[in-house]
Ligand binder design. Structure first.
Ligand code: MOS
Length: 758
């Protein structure tokens, strides 16, 4: 199993946009994915591709009620099936060192691990059948024929009692006010009040959660996809009462993560328990329909926005109320109001959150948690207020441009949103948009609408460590327990390492995706490149400094006496800054010192002083065209242009891909995704890819992502802000606004489906 990726570069690279390339550096180069060939040839080994000798297959049985108890399981029938080795239920499941409802570590949530017979949500695991083959385990699970003592369930925002959660998101206050919203609304010349519903969405990465677990005494070996290797070690260590250092996780490739693989969920732990129970390696792969419950989802929201503006179209108040839901047994509250803290200038601002408890799995992070649903509502409401003011929606947004972060009053580390507006609008042709809705038709008679939305997402920093090594043969090595869930870390991190080491990317080996490597924190919050990349940069800088020490202190070196600040690393050589002609190859420096290699550690952490002083966000503007059949109501997105400013761009090809991915999810959010719970049983009625609709190729038009240049001197040493989540944030509102512009109908319930236009 390679956790080292071949470093071969593609033969031909497309031309570069000027400005995206640091001269002589691999940062800014649009390199193709290092892991691309492995993936398209099937050679990349995902967790479930592993088959240790003696491995058994485990299949979960899951609850078909949303609330109650398991009354009976036909364990005898399942056991009697040929090939079935064991049936794990609450009566024989290994007891855990820590009850799975006992959480406390960051990002740990209560898990249903067969410690009792209760059912807290539909599709909750209630048994695991372990067999010699996948087919036998699957058949055994069907033979269990559970009976239940069902209790009433509620799965809709309408049904349950509201309360104000202690915190929303990660420790944010639920209610925040500055100024006087009531007075601001009273003073307004134009005002709107509107309520928007967003649907629950379930995590459905291409690769479902999976584990191959092998015990060796109290040492545990796992293949499982992870966005947070060290957090996974800690969680599993706590559950099994073993040392985190005795848990070895391999996670070189993920078939998507989107937040869901930032935590360890019940299916993975059940696979580990099954392996312990039978004393053999076990593979457990979550079936597609089992993704709709135990692995986190985006909670539904109902958001009420009240906005006011004066005669000139300046906001006088923003009041953003969110109703959302957590599970009956744990807390995760979608922080939808947060986006209103940053986007538009207003003297009076209030964000409030309420929640209900539902008989569902616990919601969790899903690509742009908070901002995706929050900006869908805010961007629609802003469009409605622009209409009320008789203003062009883009002109309205520019009139309310925030020069400082409205909530905190802090300046931004950088903000090139004006450029995003200008370049996106120019490319899209926004200037010729008629103000009135339902005025554009195409040659086929379809209604045409143009809408836009502002995109934003916080630029976060977390903690990470990394190690950089220079070898005597002139090559480099970067090692860290980083995660590539498809975003391109295999490629981008090698580029950052190559930049720091003054080498060509092809000369730098990268090792990631393994818990034995230096702790690289988590891949989440669009912060992995900023965080792990900064640790790589720090390690590489330290390695070069150590190498420079070897040379500048040695009379035999051309660099003797230059001092640490007096050399620059480039093309595998150290050059004197005061005389670039005087230089020396790394290989020669190491050889003279008798060293086979030289290593240095690096780390990254948030800069508290900068955070206290500045607000850090990426920004963008998304423009959408829709075409709608005037009588059938069929909706197609026919054009999408997004312009984004997110600090330094490590690899424009990969960043463009992230923007596309985010914008495609925006299409999905606006027009497709909707998990439907049966109000009588609480079951998810469309827990499959036939009826839980996601966009396919035919739903996605030609898209364009414009990479707006932005230098950020404060956000981190690399100037990187992060790009993984922002693409979804402007797109949902842009499409909803385009639907209004095409039809004159405001649909305030997402996803927008054709029956709402008839
Ligand atoms: Mo993200 S939703 O923090 O992977």
């Amino acid at each position: 199993m390679p956790d080292t990726i071949p470093t071969a570069l593609p033969a031909a690279l497309p031309a570069l946009a000027p400005g995206h390339v640091r001269h002589g550096s691999s940062i800014g180069q649009p390199l193709t994915r290092r892991d691309g060939a492995l993936k398209v040839t099937g050679a990349a080994r995902f967790a479930a591709d592993n088959h240790p000798p003696g491995m058994l297959h485990a299949v979960m049985a899951v609850a078909s009620i949303a609330h109650g108890r398991v009354q009976s399981l036909d364990i005898a029938a399942a056991r009697a099936h040929p090939g079935v080795v064991e049936v794990m239920t609450s009566s024989n499941a290994p007891k855990l060192a820590r009850h799975p409802d006992q959480t406390g570590q960051p990002f740990t949530y209560k898990l249903d691990l067969l410690q009792d017979d209760r059912v807290r949500y539909a599709n909750q695991p209630i048994a695991v059948v372990i067999a010699e083959t996948l087919e036998a385990a699957t058949e055994g699970a069907l033979l269990l024929r559970p009976t239940y003592a069902a209790e009433p369930s509620s799965t809709s925002l309408d049904q349950a009692e509201r309360f104000v959660p202690d915190t929303v998101g990660v420790g944010s206050p639920p209610n925040e006010t500055s100024g006087d919203v009531a007075a601001g609304l009273a003073d307004a010349d134009s005002r709107i009040e509107a309520t928007y519903d967003t649907a629950p969405q379930y995590h459905n990465a291409m690769e479902p959660h999976a584990v191959v677990a092998r015990w060796d005494g109290d040492r545990l070996f796992l293949d499982t996809p992870s966005q947070g290797l060290s957090m996974a070690q800690a969680r599993i260590a706590g559950l099994f009462g073993i040392d985190a250092a005795d848990i070895h996780i391999e996670s070189p490739f993920l078939g998507g993560g989107f937040g869901s693989k930032g935590a360890v969920w019940a299916p993975q732990v059940l696979g580990i328990m099954a392996a312990r129970l039978v004393g053999r390696p076990v593979k457990l792969v979550t079936r597609r329909e089992q993704m709709f419950g135990p692995v986190g989802h985006r909670a539904p929201t109902r958001q009420t926005l009240r906005l006011g503006a004066d005669r000139d179209g300046h906001l006088t108040a923003v009041d953003h109320h969110t109703l959302t839901a957590s599970s009956t047994f744990d807390d995760f509250f979608e922080p939808s109001g947060r986006v209103s803290h940053t986007l538009y200038e207003t003297p009076n601002l209030r964000t409030t959150h309420e929640a209900v408890r539902l008989d569902t799995g616990t919601p969790f992070f899903m690509r742009a948690p908070g901002e995706a649903s929050g900006s869908a509502a805010l961007e629609s409401a802003v469009d409605e207020l622009a209409e009320a003011c008789g203003m062009d929606p883009l002109a309205f947004r520019i009139a309310n441009y925030a020069e400082q972060e409205p909530k905190s009053g802090k300046p931004f580390t950088s903000k090139k949103l004006r450029d995003c507006y200008a370049r996106g609008a120019e490319r899209f042709g926004w200037a010729s948009r008629p103000l009135q809705p339902r005025t554009l038709r195409d040659e086929a008679g379809l209604l045409v609408g143009w809408g836009m939305g502002t995109a934003s997402f916080p630029a976060l920093m977390m903690q990470a460590t990394a190690r950089a090594t220079l070898h005597a043969d002139g090559t480099g090595l970067i090692e860290l327990g980083a995660h590539d869930m498809g975003q391109g870390a295999w490629t981008a991190f090698a580029q950052i390492g190559a930049d720091g080491l003054g080498l060509d990317a092809a000369a730098v080996e990268l090792r990631i995706g393994n818990s034995a490597l230096p702790n690289a924190g988590m891949a989440g919050g669009s912060a992995h490149t900023a965080t792990a990349g900064s640790a790589i940069h720090d390690a590489a800088t330290a390695a070069i400094r150590a190498l420079a020490d070897l040379a500048t202190g040695d009379e035999r070196s051309a660099l003797f006496g230059a001092g640490n600040q007096g050399v620059v690393a480039r093309d595998g050589r150290l050059h004197r800054k005061d005389d670039e002609q005087r230089s020396e190859r790394y290989a020669d420096i190491l050889a003279r010192a008798g060293r086979a290699s030289l290593s240095a550690d690096g780390k990254a952490a948030p800069n508290a002083a900068n955070q206290a002083q500045y607000a850090a966000h990426a920004h963008g503007a998304v423009f959408a065209e829709v075409k709608i059949h005037p009588t059938l109501g069929q909706i197609r997105v026919t054009r999408l242009v997004g312009a984004f400013a997110a600090g330094a761009i490590i690899n424009p090809r990969l960043v463009t891909s992230q923007y596309y991915g985010g914008m495609i999810w925006g299409v999905s959010f606006a027009l497709h995704e909707h998990a439907l719970h049966d109000p009588r049983t609480g079951r998810v009625m469309n827990a499959n890819f036939a009826e839980y609709r996601v966009p396919v190729n035919a739903d996605i038009p030609d898209m364009e992502a414009i990479l707006v240049e932005e230098d950020d001197p404060y956000v981190n040493a690399l100037g990187v802000k992060g790009v993984g989540e922002i693409g979804i944030t402007g797109t949902v509102g842009a499409i909803a606004n385009a639907v209004w512009h095409a039809t004159g109908i405001r649909v305030r319930r997402l996803p927008i489906t054709l029956e709402r236009l008839l």
